[in-house]
Design a protein around this ligand. Structure first.
Ligand SMILES: Nc1ncnc2c1ncn2[C@@H]1O[C@H](COP(=O)(O)OP(=O)(O)O)[C@@H](O)[C@H]1O
Ligand SMILES: Cc1ncsc1CCOP(=O)(O)O
Ligand SMILES: [Mg+2]
Length: 276
């Protein structure tokens, strides 16, 4: 059943309406992503109701990308032969006005990766989603004291970097962590769902970025709201999954199951999104 948001701040109703739309429309989401994340990302999209396609060959992009409702670009296992395919897909997404989302995995780990991420940021992503260290590396455009793909910062450490990056790039910038921060450079919203053990499953960050791509596919004109809703729903799936899990491996399974079966009552009572 569709619920009517009382105001822009009625986040639970907004999140439920977006998830219902996603389940009804099952948008095709093209993912050009790293080898580690492909499985969890595809299963996250499927359990949420979207239709994932991990298609990255440059030869296929002219035929395929125009049919996707949104695009997820993730540089986790970047190599020089993949970058032209990423850029070609982005050019087509922009040409056909499809939203696209960038995950700058380990942006500060090497010069090659940082330059690639900065080039992609310059190609007008709808949303950039990273952890604290990745968003700070992009904002400073410099290599960081890197822990690789994991963050050595809290999301709140990256608040000002996120706002500046959003203003400079025109993208919604989203920083994951204990509190997920989402900003358009002016407004700042926090999503407070999730459990710490989600950090102990590889590619949960990649998976939530893909979920954001699915949410912006169904509401491209409200990318900030779609991003906050995706974070909150992924976090709720983690909270419900944690009730049944014994550790990271079973949390991975129960998170996917909980996302698949998430109902209106659970979503409305668990959604925690606030202005920051
Ligand atoms: N301390 C935490 N408490 C609750 N949820 C968390 C915590 N840390 C990360 N998460 C959640 O785990 C997912 C992955 O985030 P994160 O670990 O920051 O990304 P990445 O894997 O890219 O570093 C996100 O959905 C985020 O909300
Ligand atoms: C471990 C690893 N190495 C290269 S990409 C990758 C997965 C990173 O996933 P996430 O950013 O979601 O932790
Ligand atoms: Mg990541």
């Amino acid at each position: 059943m569709e619920t009517r948001p009382n105001s822009i701040e009625d986040w639970p109703s907004r999140a439920w309406n977006l998830l219902s739309k996603l389940r009804d429309q099952s948008p095709l989401v093209q993912c050009i992503t790293n080898f580690v994340s492909m499985d969890l990302m595809a299963n996250t999209l499927l359990s949420a109701g979207a239709s994932p396609a991990m298609i990255h060959s440059i030869e296929e992009i002219p035929d395929f990308t125009p049919h996707a409702r949104s695009l997820c670009i993730n540089v986790g296992t970047l190599s020089s032969d993949w970058l032209p395919a990423m850029k070609a897909a982005v050019v087509l997404a922009n040409k056909f006005r499809k939203p696209w989302v960038l995950d700058p995995v380990a942006a500060g780990a090497s010069g090659f990766r940082l330059n690639a991420c900065l080039e992609l940021v310059g190609m007008k992503p709808t949303v950039i989603r990273g952890n604290g260290s990745e968003i700070i590396a992009l904002f400073k455009a410099s290599l960081g004291a890197s822990k690789g793909v994991d963050s050595s910062h809290e999301s709140t450490d990256a608040m000002e970097a996120a706002k500046s990056l959003a203003q400079a790039s025109g993208a919604i910038v989203a920083v994951s962590g204990a509190v997920d921060i989402i900003t358009d450079g002016n407004r700042v919203v926090g999503a407070h769902n999730g459990v710490p053990m989600m950090q102990k499953i590889t590619a949960t960050g990649c998976a939530v970025t893909a979920l954001i791509a699915a949410f912006v596919a169904v509401d491209p004109l409200h990318a900030l709201e779609a991003t906050a809703s995706a974070f909150s729903i992924f976090g709720i799936a983690g909270e419900l999954g944690m009730n049944m899990a014994k550790g990271p491996a079973s949390l991975r399974m129960h998170l996917i199951d909980s996302l698949y079966s998430l109902d209106q009552v659970a979503l409305l009572s668990h959604t925690k999104i606030t202005s920051l």
